[in-house]
Ligand binder design. Structure first.
Ligand SMILES: [Mg+2]
Length: 283
């Protein structure tokens, strides 16, 4: 009976931009290390201690979601701290990480981002719109299915080539979930296949680097959550890159919920994606 609600690009892009602007202002007002490190005393649905900046950022996003709901848009929100919140019934899913890279935000390190994905179904393959605003470099990334991916108003070149070192290794490989113990577990294949490693400390901005060809590939060393990856994986794919959640037979079959299900890998070529999938840690 119900047609899937179309994802209105203008409406969602506008809402994300308002949220990003307000979160940027909130962070600017809390610029000291003490202000950034203040905790709320509770833990989020992901189990981390919630920072006041995480909670304030989430409130800003939910103000925008409430505004959209008042305009008649119905959806289920899945957000890092609040968990699942229903804004009416319907097929739309909105997957939010108010601040991806909270530790960076707390420490004043560069990459920390708002990530919002809008999907018409239950998995990564169903994401129709993805928005990432990286507050460090002030970069706005977004993509819509079939419309390509955009960085700061300019369409990303989907034909950007992959870099390889003279001896054939992948030139720049981003790693996430960079706990030294997990890095130790993946070190042998990385020595064999990666020429240089980079760790930004935030999954969404790291995936975006693959979209722009700044990273040739990205590998998370632990299972990631949909809130971290849902928006940026669409940005990578719309920019001509490839993404997989290797624990799923269907590479984009990871559900849009709050459970860490699978590592995420991204690359610019099918051969490299397969190489990275083989590097993913076993359970
Ligand atoms: Mg977060």
């Amino acid at each position: 009976m119900h047609e899937p609600e179309p994802v209105n690009l203008e409406v969602w892009l506008d809402a994300c931009r308002r949220a990003a602007r307000a979160i940027g202002e909130m962070l600017a007002e809390r610029s000291t290390a003490t202000e950034r490190a203040a905790e709320t005393g509770t833990t989020g649905s992901g189990g981390d201690h919630t920072l006041e900046i995480d909670r304030a950022a989430e409130s800003i996003v939910f103000t925008e979601l409430e505004r959209l709901h008042e305009q008649g848009i119905r959806f289920r929100a899945v957000s890092e701290e609040r968990g699942v919140v229903e804004f009416g019934t319907g097929p739309l899913r909105v997957v939010i990480d108010p601040i991806d890279g909270s530790l960076n935000a707390k420490r004043g390190l560069s990459h920390h981002a708002l990530s919002v994905a809008v999907a018409t179904g239950e998995t990564m393959a169903d994401v129709r719109f993805g928005y990432v605003y990286d507050f460090g470099p002030a970069e706005e990334w977004w993509a819509a299915t079939g419309a390509g991916a955009v960085l700061n108003g300019r369409r990303l070149d989907a034909s950007v080539p992959e870099g390889r070192s003279p001896d054939g290794r992948i030139e720049v490989v981003g790693i996430e979930s960079a706990d030294p113990r997990w890095l130790a577990g993946a070190i042998d294949p990385l020595v064999e296949h990666a020429y240089r490693l980079r760790a930004l400390g935030a999954i969404a901005p790291s995936l975006c680097q693959v979209a722009a060809g700044r990273f040739d590939a990205l590998l998370s060393l632990r299972d990631c959550r949909a809130v971290d990856a849902a928006a940026a994986q669409l940005i990578v794919r719309e920019a001509g890159g490839l993404v997989a959640f290797p624990r799923f037979e269907d590479r984009l079959g990871a559900p849009l919920d709050l459970v860490p299900h699978s590592p995420v890998v991204a690359a610019r070529t099918p051969a490299t994606l397969t190489q990275l999938e083989a590097m993913c840690p076993r359970r």
